[in-house]
Design a protein around this ligand. Sequence first.
Ligand code: 13P
Length: 339
Amino acid sequence: MASLEETAAALAAPGKGLLASDESTGTIGKRLEKAGIENTAENRRAYRELFYTADIGTAGVSGAILFRETLFQSAADGTSFVDCLLRQGVLPGIKVDEGLVPLEGCPGETSTRGLDTLAAACAEYKAAGARFTKWRSALAVNPAAGLPSDRAVEINAEQLAQQAAVIQAAGLVPIVEPELLIDGSHDAAAFAAASERVISRCVAQLWQKNVLLEGVLLKPQMIIPGADHPGPKPAPEEVAEATLRTMRRCVPAALPGIMFLSGGQTEEEATVNLNAINQLAQQQGRAPWSLSFSFGRSLQASVLRLWSEGREGNAGECRQMAAALAAANSAAVLGRYVG
Ligand code: 13P
């Protein structure tokens, strides 16, 4: 069995990134229903099969994050999804948090649940083939209202680090995801300031809880303005400058990979911005970590749209599109994406 350090390094290998396909039953259901597809277990399974039987491994996907239900499902030919992934060199991962709950004393803010049952769940997931995990916290950004509050930042950082310690003790690599939400009208500077606070506290907590930094991956948002910010969208070069500046200020060089979420950006935006981040890092010759992707919507949206149009008839085309999206983002990790 590979060490935590080896697994984390493999997930963040040059040109490699992650497919986030761990939407909860409710979240994937909303996306399926928006595309006119009923949220049944069989439809969720068939949808996931498109990705796990596509050539995503050769296209640059090193790991796929699964939801609990999916970890135990199989392709139509009876091959388990875990085996579909492993046979193309893609490591299976699993979302281990159990979603967000309101945080007492912090109106409008949340913490994440799932710590109580985590150790037992890990043993089961590991036996099923999972090699890494994801835990997501979510913090709202609203500088005028004082969000995120210091208390929410601290409690979420403690939880992220605590779960990382439990996950590593179980022999799995934790992805630590302190998501800062895109909702709101804040500008990029406010988002950068909030990200700096949040990531710094997470890193301090990881260190305090003796988490092996070489065996952790961070999953932050790129530094972009809020979805309702009135100004024009920033140029990719500006996103790259702000994102690298923020990451350099708070992410230790010991972490092998910063695996960005797409967090509400379109497919093209997320890929172009990731490409710009890597081009700038290369020009400056100053990035100790892999700067890569752990995209959900940006690796899936076009595939879902296409599938909703053809269903049974166009699975092959859907698989090709899934692989093409992965290949585009793999090129972006190398700073070689051409739109
Ligand atoms: P998006 O890329 O759609 O933001 O999803 C990534 C993810 O897994 C968020 O937890």
